[in-house]
Design a protein around this ligand. Structure first.
Ligand SMILES: Nc1ncnc2c1ncn2[C@@H]1O[C@H](COP(=O)(O)OP(=O)(O)O)[C@@H](O)[C@H]1O
Ligand SMILES: O=C(CO)[C@H](O)[C@H](O)COP(=O)(O)O
Length: 544
């Protein structure tokens, strides 16, 4: 038996999977939580702005050093039977390093400087820079942003680079490489500056035909082309290719064979599409965790407003991969859990279940529409049709009888309405959705959520049997890099994971949700399009 290692670096933890390359069976695994988590309020004793979301790259190294040996021990296999390795990572998650790929936050003198740390995908510190990029794009919006949903997100790489230039020139000066975290891990493993086409295409204004959009960069900031050339370039490696082989030093420290082929890094959500077995158009894959990404494949490049982007060959060679997303999904449920009344926390403790489970059970006892609530899911801004990280959330319809589980359910519904907006945008652009796949951590954690999504989207939802679709996708790329398969399609077919179940829509619920969705859509357009000054005013006041 031969195996591939897939490592999924998510928002809260890294998951190492050992997957049998002939059958797709998961032979062993290990989950390593990031010990510093997401650094959001303060770095050591220094306060950082609310919009910041940082991580400590040392936590990623922990995933390699602790997770790989633990997963190998769990699988009980000989390291010589490992034939390849793949990495997926959140994106755009930016690491700044010196010429030896050492992150600047590891330097003693930069230890307390937030700009030396990893800027996680959901770091929203570059809102001014994003607005400036958008302003510059107006002259030739179709040309520059046509394949990016006609919008720019502060979660992407170029706004983050400009933030570094504007807010921390001393860090930029010391930086040799600005890297996607996935490329950083792969570059350390193979000891070469390599860059994958996946994150580069989706998050850095690049396509294979034209390269980086240097003309656009020049107009945004005359220093930007040089910064990109000097610090963001590297040898291009495409999805499905081998980025290099594991160095002797790395193989010794990780307990793996020397010379092990390592695949080009892929974005975590995109990797899930491989892990779930999607290979063709008309399939919408929802990768549901802290956030949700909505992915599709198509032979043609269509202009879909509000999506994060479309990039050729970024998941399956020959096809355009499309990504759209919602910034707060699991994060929103955590927010509600943290606000649970004390008697609920006590009840959960007494019953030995999590507060999530308790709220889910109580909310499942309610009927659609019963509580008379509708929410807007913009607790972390909107990164789809409105693409505005400055938007704030809303809940309407509360009375003195409103219970916390009603609010929890309204949040679940709001995330499903947000997904329906995205699905409609794909369909209006000529990409019909026939099948909806759900994977990531949430589908198995929350059966109620899947019921609500089936009823609101009015589609059967196929739920992946594995919580770890991104890591399976990474292992599939490892198997291709290791030459077990000649193509990604063959590897996906050979290592396909089973589905757990299908949730079908219930017609009565579908009808009620059509009415609630109409209210959501009105609120969406009122606060997100026609009256954006309301949120802008609130933002100004809250930053005072
Ligand atoms: N029982 C639950 N019901 C709903 N959401 C949950 C539950 N347990 C955890 N979550 C949410 O799931 C998210 C983590 O999702 P997961 O897919 O495991 O990780 P990641 O986003 O790091 O890939 C967190 O935001 C958390 O709030
Ligand atoms: O924007 C992204 C992909 O393009 C992020 O990587 C993704 O949204 C992170 O999701 P999660 O924490 O749920 O894995």
């Amino acid at each position: 038996m031969k195996y591939s290692i897939g490592i999924d670096f998510g928002t809260g933890s890294g998951r190492v999977l050992i997957v049998n390359v002939q059958t797709g069976e998961i032979a062993g695994m290990s989950v390593v939580k990031y010990s510093s988590g997401t650094i959001e309020k303060a770095l050591f004793d220094n306060m950082i702005p609310d919009s910041f979301a940082l991580q400590d790259s040392a936590d990623y190294i922990d995933v390699l050093q602790k997770g790989i040996p633990a997963a190998l021990a769990d699988a009980g296999i000989n390291k010589e039977d490992i034939i390849g390795m793949g990495i997926d990572f959140t994106s755009s998650t930016m690491v700044v390093t010196d010429e030896t790929f050492t992150p600047l936050s590891w330097y003693e003198n930069y230890k307390t400087n937030p700009h030396a740390y990893v800027k996680l995908w959901k770091h929203h510190g570059a809102s001014e820079e994003t607005a400036a990029i958008l302003e510059t794009s107006q002259k030739q919006k179709e040309k520059w942003l046509g394949n990016y949903g006609l919008n720019v997100s502060s979660e992407w790489m170029i706004p983050k680079i400009l933030e570094l230039k504007n807010k921390a020139p001393e860090i930029l000066k010391k930086t040799a490489y600005i890297m996607e975290a996935g490329d950083w891990i792969v570059s350390r493993l193979v000891h070469e500056n390599v860059r994958s086409n996946c994150a580069r295409g989706f998050k850095s204004f690049w396509n294979e035909q034209d390269g980086f959009y240097y003309d656009f960069f020049e107009q945004i900031d005359p220093d930007l082309p040089t910064i990109v050339k000097e610090k963001l370039e590297g040898r291009l490696v495409k999805i499905g290719e081998k980025a290099g082989v594991l160095t002797r030093e790395m193989s010794e420290s990780l307990g793996l064979p020397e010379g092990l082929p390592v695949a080009a890094a892929i974005i975590d959500a995109h990797s899930s599409l491989l892990g779930i077995g999607s290979r063709q158009r008309n399939q919408l894959t929802m990768v549901m965790g802290t956030s949700t990404c909505h992915l599709m494949l198509h032979e043609d490049q269509k202009k879909v407003p509000g999506i994060s982007g479309s990039v050729k060959d970024a998941i399956i060679p020959g096809l355009f991969a499309y990504e759209a997303g919602q910034s707060a999904v699991g994060d929103l449920f955590e927010f509600a859990v943290k606000q649970a009344p004390k008697e609920y926390i006590d009840e959960a403790k007494e019953r030995n279940i999590s507060v999530y489970k308790l709220l889910e059970q109580k909310a499942a006892g309610k009927k659609p529409g019963e509580a008379g609530l509708v929410a807007l899911d913009w607790h972390n801004g909107n990164r789809s049709l409105l693409s505005n990280s400055g938007l704030r959330a809303l809940l309407i319809g509360q009375t003195l009888h409103t219970k916390h589980e009603d609010i929890y359910r309204a949040y679940m519904e709001a995330t499903a309405f947000g997904t329906k907006m995205i699905m409609s945008a794909y369909e209006e652009a000529g990409m019909d959705v026939e099948e909806v796949f759900a994977c990531g951590g949430l589908p198995q954690k929350s059966p109620l959520l899947m019921r609500i999504y089936a009823d609101i989207l009015n589609k059967p939802i196929y739920i992946s049997a594995t919580d770890y679709a991104p890591a399976v996708g990474a292992a599939i790329l490892g198997a291709v890099a290791g030459k077990t398969y000649d193509s990604i399609e063959d590897a996906v077919a050979g290592m396909e994971q089973p589905f757990l179940k299908t949730v079908h829509p219930i017609p009565e619920n579908v009808e009620i949700y059509k009415k609630l969705f109409a209210i959501y859509k009105d609120m969406h357009d009122y606060f997100g399009k026609q009256n954006t000054h309301i949120m802008e005013e609130l933002n100004k006041l809250s930053y005072l």
